[in-house]
Design a protein around this ligand. Structure first.
Ligand SMILES: [Fe+2]
Length: 478
């Protein structure tokens, strides 16, 4: 029996929270594995009202950082607002001064793109964190990462050397399989637009390692990488350069400068990771993707797993008025496998599991770029066909199509972060960490699940609600 829910309780996760906190020991229910140490670093979207500015879109909320530090069976927790230029200037001015994804309070796009050093673009690193050696960066999709101290969460620099060589980037950088540095994507906008990939190592600025010209740039949120290839899946959500730079009087947000052109289909660009050469362009069905899950080579083919939507309607559902008004209906993303034949350019597609699947994670260290079995993600509650928000966690066996779902009514979980046990003998030997919002009790909890069974083994209570966010990473050592 399918059901449609109208449930507004989850809206507590869209309320602003800006407190700097520090708890040496969170109250625990259950027992943490003795081996679990290190730090879970997470960003959240935490401030939606800045003086006179009301952010319009969920993605626009100003960023907060959180860390959960595990040691000796206990977990400590801290929170602090990211001291980005976007946050500091807004505090000073009494309104937002920089343009966010869906909110452009007072500037013309023309000025933003004309400016060589992007002084008008936001650096609100709310999407995720990345690491280059000992440096930790909060990142969004503009070129400017914000460096922070992973222990105190204090902001260290808004002028970091890892600026992306372009105008639009992605927060979903990879660990470069060659150098161990950061490998990321940038779109250079100008009379001639180009997709770029770049690496940043232990010192110095970015090095461009691959480029491809594009006459009609598209919006990308992530990409895939294997030992030998870089994969860019470009659905037909185009960035209108004309809208972006041609309307000096317009006060459009970045979101309003994008156009969905389903007739263009999806392009998949495959680069040689070593030489940077664009090896082949593939064409496949129209889809919109935020997230790659994994990519790997098998039998002369490139397997590319993604979370695919039919169209980008999800972006428009995430306007705050929809979310707060109980009107949101999240379109279904499904776990899709694209198999690219590198010799003849053919593409086949299949759905790996029939449920909703987003915010994907894998055992990254062991499996990224390699054949793998398990993908973890968020999903709908059992039997719900039109979810309003994420209500369950799921682990999908991508070989068999079997899935294990964990669902607890009233708890709205976040992205499941896999942490491998130090003596792991199996791909799923470890735990899954997820920060959920207990809507009824109005607080958050860090849930620790056994990754093999997807059963909870411990819960750490956070005394307040951590607003919803996107991504988190666990680091064994800082
Ligand atoms: Fe993302």
């Amino acid at each position: 029996m399918f059901r449609i829910v109208t449930d507004t309780k989850f809206q507590v996760g869209f309320e602003s929270f800006t407190d700097t906190t520090a708890y040496d020991r969170l109250e625990l229910d259950g027992e943490l594995p003795g081996w679990l140490s290190g730090t879970l670093l997470r960003s959240s979207v935490s401030l939606f009202e800045v003086g006179t500015t009301r952010m319009r879109h969920w993605f626009d909320g100003l960023a907060m950082l959180h860390n959960f530090t595990f040691a000796d069976g206990e977990v400590a927790y801290r929170s602090r607002m990211l001291g980005s230029r976007a946050y500091r200037e807004a505090q000073k001015a009494g309104h937002a001064t920089l343009s966010e994804f869906g909110t452009d309070p007072c500037r013309s796009i023309f000025k933003r793109v004309q400016a060589t050093f992007h002084p008008e673009l936001t650096d609100n690193g709310a999407i995720t964190v990345n690491r280059i050696g000992d440096e930790f960066l909060a990142m969004t999709e503009t070129p400017m990462p914000v460096q922070f101290d992973p222990r105190s969460l204090e902001t260290l620099s808004t002028d970091h050397r890892a600026k992306a060589p372009g105008d639009i980037s992605t927060a979903h950088a990879h660990i470069d399989p060659g150098s161990g540095g950061m490998l990321n994507y940038a779109l250079k906008i100008g009379p001639k637009c180009s997709y770029r990939f770049y690496t940043v190592g232990g010192s110095g600025g970015p090095t461009v390692v691959a480029t491809a010209a594009t006459r009609r740039p598209r919006y990308m949120h992530s990409f895939g990488v294997t030992d030998n290839h870089i994969v860019l899946l470009a659905g037909p959500l185009t960035i209108s350069v004309g809208k972006l730079v041609g309307s000096a009087l317009a006060k459009r947000s970045f979101l309003e400068s994008m156009e969905w052109k389903p007739e263009l289909g999806t392009e998949i660009l495959v680069f040689d990771r070593h030489s940077g050469e664009l090896l082949r362009e593939f064409e496949t069905e129209t889809m919109f993707c935020f997230h790659h899950v994994n990519a790997f080579e098998r039998d002369g083919r490139l397997v590319v797993d993604v979370c695919a939507f039919e169209d980008p309607a999800i972006i428009y559902e995430l306007y705050l008025d929809n979310l707060r008004g109980g009107e949101a209906r999240l379109p279904q993303a499904t776990l899709r496998r694209l198999v690219l034949d590198l010799s003849d350019g053919g593409v086949t597609a299949e759905q790996l599991w029939d449920g909703y699947f987003e915010l994907p994670r894998i055992n990254y260290r062991a499996c990224n770029g390699r054949p793998y079995r398990y993908a973890y993600g968020v999903s709908a509650a059992p039997g719900v066909t039109e979810p309003q928000w994420f209500e369950s966690l799921v682990k999908v066996d991508v070989e068999s199509g079997e899935a294990k779902l964990w669902y607890e009514p009233g708890l709205y979980p976040s992205e499941p972060v896999f942490v491998s046990s130090p003596e792991a003998r199996a791909e799923d030997d470890g735990v899954v960490l997820s920060i959920g919002v207990d809507a009824e009790a109005r607080h958050s909890e860090l849930t620790v699940l056994d990754a093999a069974s997807m059963e909870p083994i411990a819960r750490a209570a956070v005394p307040h609600v951590i607003p919803f966010g996107f991504h988190a990473y666990h680091y064994s050592k800082l």
